[in-house]
Design a protein around this ligand. Sequence first.
Ligand code: PMP
Length: 411
Amino acid sequence: MTTQPTTNCPDIFAIRSDIPALAREVHGKPLVYLDAAATTPRPQHVIDAINHYETHFPANVHRGVHEFSGEATAAYEGARRSIANFLGADAHQLVFTRGTTESINLVANAWGSTLSPGDEILISALEHHANIVPWQLACERTGAELRVVDVDGDANLHIESVEEAFTERTRLVAMTAVSNAIGTVTPIAAICAAARSRGITTLVDAAQAVPHMHVDFGELGCDFMAWSGHKMYGPTGIGGLIAQPAILEAIPPWQGGGDMIRTVSFESCTWNDIPWKFEAGTPNIGGTIGLGAAVEWLTQIGMGAIADYEQKLLHDAVKRLRSIDRVEIVGTPASRAGAISFVVDGMHPADVGAMLDRHGIAVRAGHHCAQPILERFGLNSTVRIAPAIYNTAGELNTFESSLRRIIDVFG
Ligand code: PMP
């Protein structure tokens, strides 16, 4: 995983013109979309790929003997190969799910069934609720314990703190690669290496990493990696879990139904091969094909070029926010991707967000489904901006001047 700079500068105006939603006006103002951490807008290439499936071969996969079904299966499994390849894995390691939340729940239920009372699961203070609640439920079911590694006062997660928290009973380290609320990039590869050297299983929440940097499952060295398609320019309702094949072979299926079995009788069943053993029922075929197209779109721009450009945007945005009186940035991590959280002294984040919306500027205000990390900083809500590859310096300028005006008039 790297945010290292590259030399190629992407054509931002060409990228913007690929994404129809960015041409919209909101409240009579040109849209400035600064909410990529919630979801990224869809490129035309993705919309076209979904449309093509729905228009020309809207059939189910794997089961049909007819031409339509063959075409749907070829497109669906072709998307699996290209998405897996994009993320440094083989196709048989990639289980399609609805997204990060479902992927983590799959692991918490299937792998989690191997937990015993007193086993420990280690997460960090930065986690999204999707990487907290499934483990709390798994602990309730099995008697395992959830332990949390804190961050420092700048919201950095240190490898030393993680290592100090390891005990004889640590069975799983489940941590985020990038915090959605603060933007902290964690030393996740080092954490995975340290855990593995002690025989501890690892899960990486890569939801906020995959849209912003080159992420390679093999290089990360983890056992499970969860992510969502809609945060990487694909449609909603599709994402995945990439895992070590031996673990996928060993753990039981999570959901039962069609397609995940080889044989069924009233007495017993045998399971399909991986990854289909974990894909019960009709999958999100159009969404998967759309996500395959999103990966093509990202590959064409280049993840190195995206990381490089977005780092410049983030530096620019931090500088602008720091220059405004009464604005305080929450967390100053040494390495940041995707998001900046801030508060305005004397104003509620929800009011700031709603007023920015009147200026056509889309931000997120609230707890960002990461209440514990906000509480860690004595807050229950922040304003979050999440710039991405399609944003321009001009848009950051509009954001800055609108925020200044809001604070002057209402603050
Ligand atoms: N983890 C992180 C770090 C996230 O940012 C999100 C989405 N905000 C999730 C998990 C959950 O993703 P989804 O809602 O797509 O399942």
